[in-house]
Design a protein around this ligand. Structure first.
Ligand code: CIR
Length: 271
C-alpha cells in the first residue's frame, strides 16, 4: 500500500518522477551499523529531516509516495536497499542483513503496478545501495551486503534489457553508493580511498574533497542533485562544474550509516 506524501497536489501537472519513500522508524536508533560507532540518534529530528527531504523531492518534480511504514524495522527508511528500479524493470533485492529482509515485501507490492519485477533469490544477497547505474552501465559493489552470487543474478536478470553489470570492490564504507554515485550520464563522484576510480572507465570521475570522505553520495533528480548539507567543499566542486545542487540536513540518517540516495526509490514516471 502506498500513500501520497507531503506536497502532493491534486490536479497539478503530472510529475516526471515517482519517489517511493518510507517513514523513519521510531526504532531508528536500533539500526544496523557496520563502519560507524553507535552515537545517539535524535528520532524527532530524523522525522523532521526526512519530511524536508520529501518536500524537496516534491519541489523538484517528484510525486512522493510513501510505502506503508514498518515501525518495527529500524532501517526501513532506507528503502533504496530493497529494490533497484530501471525504466524497463525493477529488481527486488534480498538484503544482506538478515534483520532487513522483511522490509522487502511491502516495497515489492508498491512496485508491482509500476514495473515488471524480477527478484534476487536465496542464497544470494544484494543491497540496492550497492548498485550504481549510469545509463546502461551498472556498477555493483562487492561488500558485506552484496555477494558474487547476487551480482551474477543481477547480471543475468538485466542482460535481456541491455544493461552491462560490472563488479566493483569497495573498502572502508558500507555500500558502493557510499563511495560512488553518478552526477550525470557520464560522470561519477567518488571517494578514491574507498573505490578504484579506474574501474569506472570510460566514464569521467570527480573526487570528493579529501576532508569530506562521506561526500560521494548524491541523488539525481533529472539534471538536479540532492545532497547533504554537510559537505560544502565537495559541493563547491560540483557547482564549479555547473551542477545545480539542493541541500538537505541529513545528520540523523548519517548516524545510521545512511545518506540521501538511501531514503528513496526514484522512478521515471511512465505515461
Ligand atoms: C544498514 O546498515 O543497513 C542501515 N543502517 C543503513 C543503510 C543505508 N543504505 C544505503 O546506504 N543504501
Amino acid at each position: 500500500m502506498t500513500r501520497p506524501g507531503p506536497g502532493t497536489t491534486a490536479g497539478a501537472k503530472a510529475p516526471a518522477y515517482l519517489a517511493l519513500t518510507r517513514a523513519v522508524s521510531p526504532r531508528l536508533a536500533e539500526c544496523e551499523l557496520t563502519h560507524l560507532a553507535r552515537t545517539p540518534i535524535d528520532v524527532p529530528t530524523a522525522f523532521a529531516q526526512h519530511h524536508r527531504y520529501e518536500q524537496l523531492l516534491t519541489s523538484l518534480g517528484c510525486e512522493v509516495r510513501r510505502v506503508a511504514p514498518a515501525p518495527d524495522h529500524p532501517d526501513s527508511v532506507f528503502i533504496e536497499d530493497t529494490a533497484v528500479v530501471f525504466d524497463d524493470v525493477a529488481v527486488v533485492t534480498r538484503p544482506g542483513a538478515p534483520s532487513r529482509r522483511a522490509e522487502v515485501r511491502a516495497v515489492e507490492e508498491a512496485l508491482t503496478p509500476l514495473r515488471a519485477l524480477v527478484r534476487i533469490v536465496a542464497p544470494a544477497i544484494l543491497d540496492g545501495g550497492d548498485v550504481c547505474a549510469v545509463g546502461k552501465r551498472v556498477f555493483v559493489g562487492r561488500t558485506t551486503r552484496t555477494d558474487d552470487a547476487g551480482i551474477a543474478q543481477l547480471r543475468t536478470e538485466l542482460a535481456p534489457f541491455g544493461y552491462s553489470v560490472r563488479a566493483v570492490d569497495v573498502s572502508g564504507c558500507l555500500h558502493l553508493k557510499s563511495a560512488a554515485t553518478a552526477i550525470d550520464d557520464h560522470t561519477v563522484l567518488l571517494n578514491p580511498e574507498w573505490v578504484d576510480a579506474g574501474l569506472f572507465a570510460p566514464l569521467e570521475t570527480v573526487a570528493v574533497d579529501p576532508a569530506e570522505p562521506m561526500a560521494a553520495n548524491v541523488l539525481r533528480i533529472g539534471d538536479t542533485l540532492v545532497y547533504a548539507d554537510a559537505y560544502p567543499l565537495t559541493r563547491a566542486r560540483l557547482e564549479a562544474r555547473g551542477q545545480v545542487v539542493h541541500t538537505v540536513a541529513a545528520t540523523e540518517i548519517a548516524k545510521a550509516e545512511g545518506a540521501v540516495t538511501c531514503c528513496s526509490l526514484v522512478l521515471r514516471a511512465q505515461r
